[in-house]
Design a binder for this molecule. Sequence first.
Ligand code: SAH
Length: 256
Amino acid sequence: MRLGIISALHEEQQGLVEAMERPYKLMHGMREYFLGQLWEIDAVCVLSRIGKVAAAMTATTLVEKFGVTHILFTGVAGAGAPSIRVGDIVVAESLVQHDMDARPLFPRFEVPLTGLTHFSSDRHMGLQLADAAQRFLAQDFAAAIDPQERAVFALSGPRLHRGLVASADEFVSGRERIQALGEAFPGLLAVEMEGAAVAQVCFELGIPFGVIRTISDNANENAATDFMRFVKSVASRYAFHIVRQFCLGINASSLP
Ligand code: SAH
């Protein structure tokens, strides 16, 4: 197994690169790829930057140039429904591109010539990610997140959700907009800007993948407020510990 780990924002990736044993940095296509061992897993960490094209290019390069066999995307997202709270964790089971619209040639949201609107993530990776997130919440959360930051963001008893994630080249920051998306996609858990692009690339290349997101905002008018503070002090800690638990889980499950 060689695991490609994509993050959209620098703060989310930094801790992972620091945790790598003997990292080796390679530049390609305006991105830095860090190769090394993460908790005994052969890994390649990279920042995709933001948006679907950026994410698709990064995922493709990971597979074609760096030979990864699995891809994991860690990042933050806006809440897709009122029941999803800031600090909750979402593991994507399926992903949709909510800005895809080739009507009248193809049905709305269908990715032309694939016949699909929803792309499924790898079931096994999804289960391992959900386990890793549960272990993070139970074992690491209390010590990993500064109590003051916990109070600022009102993080009390964060929960794990599994289901639908919608991506687009759009930062969703309006109450009516997120409500309309919730109506268009029943069961919507989170909105972000990369996951469904990675999903399409992995579908086309036959690579198992998983997407895990920490909810950073409510995708409403306040979405941009404190966004960077949340990423720095909360989401970066989530990403580090969840990936750590994920790698430890893989090691344990592959034991005879
Ligand atoms: N303010 C940031 C921009 C972040 S863009 C900056 O200055 O760098 C938002 C990133 O977080 C994207 O990678 C996207 O995947 C995710 N995200 C978080 N909340 C989102 C929302 N409400 N809508 C869409 N994407 C969101």
